[in-house]
Design a protein around this ligand. Structure first.
Ligand SMILES: Cc1ncc(C[n+]2csc(CCOP(=O)(O)OP(=O)(O)O)c2C)c(N)n1
Ligand SMILES: CC(=O)[C@@H](O)[C@H](O)COP(=O)(O)O
Ligand SMILES: [Mg+2]
Length: 637
């Protein structure tokens, strides 16, 4: 398709006649498909909001008017329209632009997002700030999806918005999908609103009737409006969820009809107070494979745009991911242990629970984007004797910290926390890295915490967690992507809780690793041995409780100790080792490798490990330096 519009900014967009906007949208959609096919990224949500994005920037005076994108995975058309077209090929790459709105990146990104359901609270905050400063002309818009609307945080925002009555517009982008099909009673309600259209039909019938009566009786328009309000309040408002909260409801409208969207948004600009515009859109609009297989096209790697075939598929090489092993293992365990239940807050396919859901629909709960609820719901199941495998990405578990402490750990409930995407996740960047779970779990009493070095260990940890006799939560953290496979078909083996293992003996220097980054240590030790540097390596396996027997052995024998973890070193497992060292009066040289006290940037996982100095090469470099220093000190003795 030949690109005929050269639009880089909303100011330029606003010079186009309305009649050309449908055409422009098609072109924008084309360039999105083109770009994502070459670079990968979030896909179908972006195709679904092309018209919405164009209409919003056309009608509202961005960046003065504030526009917040919930989650922000659908903000690519917004980025293309707000001065970032020439940088878009760097999207999600190391050093490139972020795949999410980011305040540092552009004045058009009114609020940084990545985690869902923050937009209503954030825009309400801005609307109240404007009111406080008496800036009454500014507009405030939040775009939130039907999936993101399921979260408690979104409901908290609605509750407060209806009360505050500040000037704001919530655009509800209802495509009947989260990443997987959206679940929950709210979705059924939205579908009823959309399909039934009863609310709107009745509303316009009342209006028409009043106008007729008013004409016959020469009533002024204000009187008609007042009567309409009274009747609506009496009959209708309390039957509409949003109106009942004092948020005026408009729609549903076709979110792909650009002309209609513009005319409605223009009208809404003049209506003060909180309002919601319910837009119905199609996720994946304009690219057939994405429309037919929506969940699979939520995000994608590079693909052939003609055939729709993905170009980088790890499965093609027969390598297993932690996610695959998780899904297979849990299903196997659940077939034998009827008490096992799986819970996911809206990450069914990402967490590899789709097959189990098909085989055991009543034992897999997709509870929507509700991490807090997911944990307390799991606590309820556990309190009643079941064994919930509460599967949550590390970054999203942050939202449920109080539930982990108050509902799970304090009550010593047998929940298995399967902490997926632990460690750096790659191109999703700082909003999504699983950097903090070791640090925030290590200080919570009653929790067991582990991380497998390989896939076989992973399988055995899952087995151990459901079979343990002790009471209390068991957290297993594992990263996104492929793992080293020993024998994943071997018989399950129960592991001793809090026990690590020696992988390799050595002299003077020892490495203590946690999780799959231990593979870097294995490789590094092999290479160092070729240069006659013999380094000992221990796999801690548990970050809580730590294996004190191993730690005593290590500190008694080695004068240089290096810890490695894929997470923040502030409070991480290395800190635990350091606390042990100080408490027991050991004084070796201790180096802790992992993420420093900063929000780690985006890139591939390998690039990020390299950047922060805990990939194989960096480990070799550090050990050589330590070995050199150690030799000098000893030669001087
Ligand atoms: C707190 C949190 N939990 C989970 C996610 C993962 N997530 C990202 S997008 C998404 C689905 C959002 O659905 P919706 O808001 O309807 O947007 P759509 O993709 O349909 O456009 C989910 C579950 C997240 N970003 N944040
Ligand atoms: C936007 C968002 O939060 C998700 O789409 C996330 O990017 C999914 O990550 P995975 O691709 O690792 O499942
Ligand atoms: Mg949706």
């Amino acid at each position: 398709m030949a690109l005929s519009y050269n639009i880089d900014t909303p100011q330029e967009l606003r010079t186009l006649p309305i009649s050309s906007l449908a055409d422009f949208c098609e072109e924008l959609r084309f360039s999105l498909i083109d770009n994502i096919s070459l670079n990968g990224g979030h896909f179908s949500s972006n195709l679904g909001v092309v018209e919405l994005t164009v209409a919003l920037h056309y009608v509202f005076n961005t960046p003065e008017d504030k526009l917040v994108w919930d989650v922000g995975h659908q903000a690519y058309p917004h980025k293309l329209l707000t001065g970032r077209k020439s940088l878009f090929h760097t999207n999600r790459r190391q050093g490139g632009i972020s795949g999410f709105p980011c305040m540092e990146e552009s004045e058009f990104d009114a609020f940084g997002t990545g985690h869902s359901s923050t937009s209503i609270s954030a825009i309400l905050g801005m609307a109240c700030a404007a009111r406080y400063r008496n800036e009454l002309n500014r507009q405030h818009i939040a775009v939130i999806g039907d999936g993101a609307l399921t979260a408690g945080l979104a409901f908290e925002g609605l509750n407060n918005a209806g009360f505050e009555k500040a000037n704001m517009l919530i655009v509800l982008n209802d495509n009947n999908m989260s990443i997987d099909p959206n679940t929950g009673a709210l979705q059924s309600y939205l579908t009823e609103l959309t399909a039934g259209k009863q609310y709107n039909a009745l509303k316009s019938r009342i209006k028409r009737l009043l106008l007729l009566i008013g004409q016959d009786n020469n009533w002024p328009l204000a009187k008609i409006r007042q009567l309409e309000k009274i009747i609506k309040a009496g009959i209708l408002d309390y039957s509409n969820f949003f109106e009942a909260l004092d948020i005026r409801y408009f729609g549903p409208v076709d979110g792909h009809d650009i002309q209609k969207l513009i005319s409605i948004l223009e009208k809404l600009k003049d209506i003060p107070g909180p309002k919601i515009l319910h837009c119905v859109t199609v996720k994946g609009k304009g690219y057939l494979p994405a429309v037919t297989d929506k969940a699979n096209w939520h995000a994608t790697g590079k693909f052939n745009r003609q055939s729709g075939v993905r170009l980088q598929d790890e499965k093609q090489h027969g390598i297993k991911t932690f996610q695959e092993v998780f899904g297979d293992t849990l299903l196997k365990l659940a077939r034998k242990n009827k008490r096992i239940i799986a819970i996911t807050p809206a990450m069914l396919s990402g967490s590899a629970l789709t097959t189990m859901k098909k085989e055991m629909p009543d034992r897999v709960f997709d509870v929507g984007i509700t991490e807090q609820h997911a944990v307390t719901f799991s606590a309820g199941l556990a309190a009643d004797g079941l064994i919930p495998f509460c599967t949550i990405y590390s970054t999203f578990l942050q939202r449920a910290y109080d539930q982990v402490i108050h509902d799970a750990a304090l009550q010593k409930l047998n929940i298995v926390f399967c902490i997926d995407r632990a460690g750096v996740v790659g191109p999703d960047g700082p909003t999504h890295h699983g950097a903090f779970d070791i640090s925030f779990l290590r200080c919570v009493p009653n929790i067991i915490g582990a991380s497998p070095i390989d896939l076989e260990d992973f399988k055995n940890l899952l087995y151990t967690a459901q079979d343990k006799k002790e009471h209390g939560p068991f957290a297993i953290r594992y990263p996104k992507g492929i793992g080293i496979a020993q024998d994943t078909n071997s018989a399950f083996m129960k592991l001793e809780i809090g026990k690590g293992r020696k992988i390799r003996d050595g002299e003077h220097i020892a490495i203590l690793s946690l999780g799959p980054v231990g593979q870097y240590a294995i490789e590094a030790c092999k290479e160092l041995a070729l240069e006659q540097i013999e380094v000992a390596h221990y796999d801690l396996r548990f970050f809580k409780p730590l294996d004190e027997k191993i730690l005593h052995q290590v500190f008694q024998k080695f004068s240089v100790v290096v810890t490695i973890e894929d997470g923040s070193i502030t409070g991480g497992v290395g800190s635990g080792v350091m606390e042990f060292m100080v408490e027991h009066g050991y004084s070796p040289v201790l180096k802790r490798l992992g993420l420093p006290d900063t929000f780690a940037s985006q890139g591939t996982q390998q690039q990020i490990h390299e950047q922060y100095g805990y990939d194989k090469k960096s480990i070799i470099g550090l050990i050589k330096k330590l070995h050199h220093n150690f030799s000098i000190i000893n030669s001087k003795k």
